[in-house]
Design a protein around this ligand. Structure first.
Ligand SMILES: *[C@@H]1O[C@H](CO)[C@@H](O)[C@H](O)[C@H]1NC(C)=O
Ligand SMILES: *[C@@H]1O[C@H](CO)[C@@H](O)[C@H](O)[C@H]1NC(C)=O
Ligand SMILES: *[C@@H]1O[C@H](CO)[C@@H](O)[C@H](O)[C@H]1NC(C)=O
Ligand SMILES: *[C@@H]1O[C@H](CO)[C@@H](O)[C@H](O)[C@H]1NC(C)=O
Ligand SMILES: *[C@@H]1O[C@H](CO)[C@@H](O)[C@H](O)[C@H]1NC(C)=O
Length: 410
């Protein structure tokens, strides 16, 4: 522990960056699973709310529901606890420990339970002295904590950036990657590094971020409302600092959780979120009560066509190609395998009025094959027709909705 602290102080004093290439062969496609935060936050009141507090019962019942309702088989395998799982103090050996009342059988037991169901366990920690909610942070305990996760059988770590100095990020996040690697266990590493740098006015070096992290958050915490979804969409459209340029297999930019099935989004808005996160090649981490989720949202989350865009093997994120009417109409294109196939998303962000007609030449979107394209809508599977690349491709888009199509070269 002391040695780790000294490395840290050394790097800090000499103002060096620490570079580590996390070569763990994980996240070849964007990770899929469940993450507690947006829906369950820091509910630790197991006395009055035993079904919904951050604890063993929540994890097990969510995991059971993920299996029963087809989420696991659709590819959602990570079940991840966000903040508020630890006890307020480390144990006598300095190790992290879960809250003993909320996790009576410990974390290893939970990991074993999930593994027996074909699922994976994710946990949350923080680079600083404390987590955002005030639980023990990792600062000064890097190596020990990495080993603790490995001993427990943890499969993913979401690493936050509260309660730390901004100078620590360029060293601390890669250092944690190194210690995770040294455990010998493959642990997916999800970083909030660039997000916190930006919050401190520092321009992230996305190349370094992508080297050290399997996924990296690029924008603020999502919440269950249209304006939150749209602010992420617009950030991806602007792509400041070029985070999409380094996003690909093994290291994906992360637009934060999927909020489908909660309280704040209409059906059109839910289609827009899942469709756009598939276009972004962002992780799909649902934050919803899987035990009671409605069927309409469940079907969207498990839609094969959307998920096959998300999980496409080329691993090239989509880009905003056209931004019209002050952002009210946006056209996004993601290249897919086999080469020559594209997903095209057209979103119409107005919140009043009637469906709008959007006409674009496929060639203006970069689809230039002289044979033309066969275009099929993704959500309902309706065949839209065959289009030459220099002819207009026309679709109607409803306010707040998305038009998502696959274009295959003829
Ligand atoms: C640790 O890094 C080395 C070198 O990149 C790599 O070969 C090895 O597979 C990594 N181990 C794990 C567990 O990720
Ligand atoms: C960004 O990080 C990469 C990879 O570590 C490094 O090669 C590059 O020099 C860094 N760029 C800047 C401006 O520091
Ligand atoms: C990212 O890629 C875009 C499009 O290829 C390019 O215009 C931009 O300069 C790149 N940004 C960085 C930081 O490399
Ligand atoms: C094609 O679309 C453009 C842009 O909406 C429009 O100005 C043009 O009239 C259309 N051409 C045809 C042949 O429909
Ligand atoms: C175009 O796609 C539809 C499915 O939407 C398919 O039935 C049809 O055979 C395809 N046409 C060609 C020429 O590939």
């Amino acid at each position: 522990m002391e040695v780790v602290q000294n490395i840290f102080v050394f790097l800090f004093l000499t103002n060096l960056r620490f570079v580590f290439n996390l070569n763990n062969n994980l996240a070849r496609t964007p990770p899929m699973g469940w993450l507690s935060w947006e829906r369950f936050e820091c509910n630790t009141d197991c006395m009055n709310d035993p079904d919904n507090c951050i604890g063993e019962r929540l994890v097990k019942t969510i995991a059971d529901a993920m299996v029963e309702k087809g989420f696991r088989d659709a590819g959602y395998t990570y079940v991840t606890l966000d903040d508020c799982w630890p006890a307020r103090e480390r144990d006598k050996q300095g190790r992290l420990q879960p809250d003993p009342l909320r996790f009576p059988n410990g974390i290893k037991y939970l990991a074993d339970y999930l593994h027996s169901k074909g699922l994976k366990l994710g946990l949350y920690e923080d680079i600083g002295t404390h987590t955002c909610a005030g639980f023990p942070g990792t600062q000064g305990h890097w190596k020990l904590d990495a080993q603790t996760y490995a001993d427990w059988g943890v499969d993913m770590i979401k690493f936050d950036g509260c309660n730390s100095d901004v100078q620590h990020y360029d060293m601390g996040f890669p250092l944690m990657a190194k210690y995770l690697n040294q455990t010998g266990r493959q642990i997916l590493y999800s970083c909030e590094w660039p997000l916190y740098e930006r919050a401190h006015g520092v321009k992230p070096n996305y190349t370094a971020v992508a080297e050290a992290c399997n996924t990296f958050r690029v924008y603020g915490d999502i919440y269950d409302a249209r304006q939150s979804i749209m602010s992420v969409v617009n950030w991806y459209g602007e792509n400041p600092g070029g985070f999409l340029n380094v996003s690909g297999p093994g290291h994906w930019s992360d637009g934060d959780m999927i909020t489908l099935g909660n309280y704040g989004l209409s059906h059109s808005e839910e289609r827009t979120q899942i469709g756009m996160w598939a276009i972004f090649a962002s992780p799909l981490l649902m934050s919803v009560d899987i035990r009671t989720i409605n069927d309409k949202s469940r079907r969207l989350l498990q839609h094969r066509g959307v998920l096959s865009i998300s999980q496409d093997s080329l691993g090239i994120p989509g880009r905003r190609i056209l931004n019209m009417e002050n952002g009210a109409i946006q056209v996004w294109v993601r290249p897919l395998a086999p080469r020559g196939t594209f997903a095209i998303a057209t979103i119409y962000t107005n919140t009043f009025g009637y469906p709008i007609k959007v006409s674009t030449k496929l060639s203006d979107l970069g689809l230039k094959n002289p044979n033309g394209y066969n275009v099929t809508e993704v959500f309902d599977g309706i065949h839209r027709g065959e289009f030459r690349s220099n002819h207009n491709y026309t679709r109607m888009v409803k306010p707040t909705d998305i038009d998502l199509v696959l274009a295959k070269v003829l």
